[in-house]
Design a protein around this ligand. Structure first.
Ligand code: IPD
Ligand code: CA
Ligand code: CA
Length: 285
């Protein structure tokens, strides 16, 4: 079915407004859960191991987001971290209800809700919402916004020596081998600082709005990066995504699950001269 431009535009607006509502609803659940946290309310469980946990709040936040989406746009298919795929329809949603659960469960106020929406395979909006700072980062209609204001990031600096790198490497729960340790040594001796903040989606949002010049992530899932790559794209930032074989691929809806390594950087950052580009090209990260 083809759909004419004004109808498509109004559908995109509806999807974006539902996405915002869903992100704020999930964020409210997460914020309340964080402020009122106790062992009884958190009910922390392990997923893949001691380094990968889920709390009752993750599940409740995802339910809150899904309830809004089902009630407003029932013809949706949703991939939620905690519930997997549900529903059918041309609008696809990819949701991480709390990105940064380890921070959340330990009492560190650095976590977010991440929601990306697509229509007929095209990105419609990406939202990363930090309910503790009440910061809503949004990409829609080719624009990057923070709490409704268009953001025009300025370049911090363009080389490793003068910028910070955000990264989740080396990954939790996995003993890095010698090659991975050496790669990490290259990172810490090349960049002014390497920071591991504990939320992949916020790492990407921070690069998009220009708080940090570059981020490198590995061992993530589609819901960790779906909204963040839309934010970086809306900022005209650089997105370097590789599959498991080290081939460069697009981080679009169809290929998100195949992305295994991801560098995002501000537009002006000199990626080719960065130690990251060499490590990525050699498959050493
Ligand atoms: C995790 C965070 C973390 C990253 C992990 C993710 P979760 O997500 O984004 O920074 O290193 O790869 O799984 O479990 O808190 O939603
Ligand atoms: Ca996550
Ligand atoms: Ca999560």
């Amino acid at each position: 079915m083809t759909i004419n431009q004004p109808i498509l535009h109004s559908l995109y607006e509806t999807i974006t407004s539902v996405a915002k509502e869903a992100a704020v609803a999930a964020g409210a659940v997460a914020r309340k859960g964080f402020i009122e946290a106790s062992p009884e309310t958190l009910q922390t469980e392990q997923k893949a191991g001691f380094f990968d946990i889920v709390t009752a709040c993750d599940k409740a936040a995802e339910r809150a987001a899904c309830d809004i989406i089902w009630s407003r746009l029932p013809q949706s298919r949703i991939l939620g971290e905690e519930s997997g795929w549900q529903g059918e329809g041309e609008t696809t949603w990819i949701i991480d209800p709390i990105d940064g659960t380890s921070n959340f469960a330990s009492g560190l106020p650095f976590f977010c809700v991440s929601i990306a929406a697509y229509y007929a395979g095209e990105p419609v909006c990406g939202i990363v919402y930090d309910p503790m700072r009440e910061e809503l980062f949004m990409a829609s209609d080719g624009r990057l916004m923070l709490n409704g204001d268009v953001v025009s990031p300025f370049a911090r600096a363009n080389s490793d020596r003068h910028v910070e790198l955000l990264s989740n490497a080396p990954y939790e729960g996995e003993r890095p081998d010698l090659a991975a340790l050496e790669a990490y040594a290259d990172l810490v001796t090349s960049f002014r600082a390497v920071r591991r903040l504990g939320s992949c989606a916020l790492h990407l949002a921070y690069v998009a709005v220009g708080r940090v010049a570059v981020s490198y992530e590995s061992k993530f899932s589609a819901w960790d990066i779906a909204a963040g790559v839309q934010l970086v794209a809306a900022a005209s930032g650089q997105i370097i995504a590789q599959d498991a074989k080290g081939q460069r691929i697009e981080a679009n809806e169809q290929a998100l699950g195949a992305v295994k390594r991801l560098v995002v950087a501000q537009a002006g950052f000199d990626y080719q001269s960065s130690c990251l580009s060499k490590l990525m090209a050699d498959g050493r990260l």
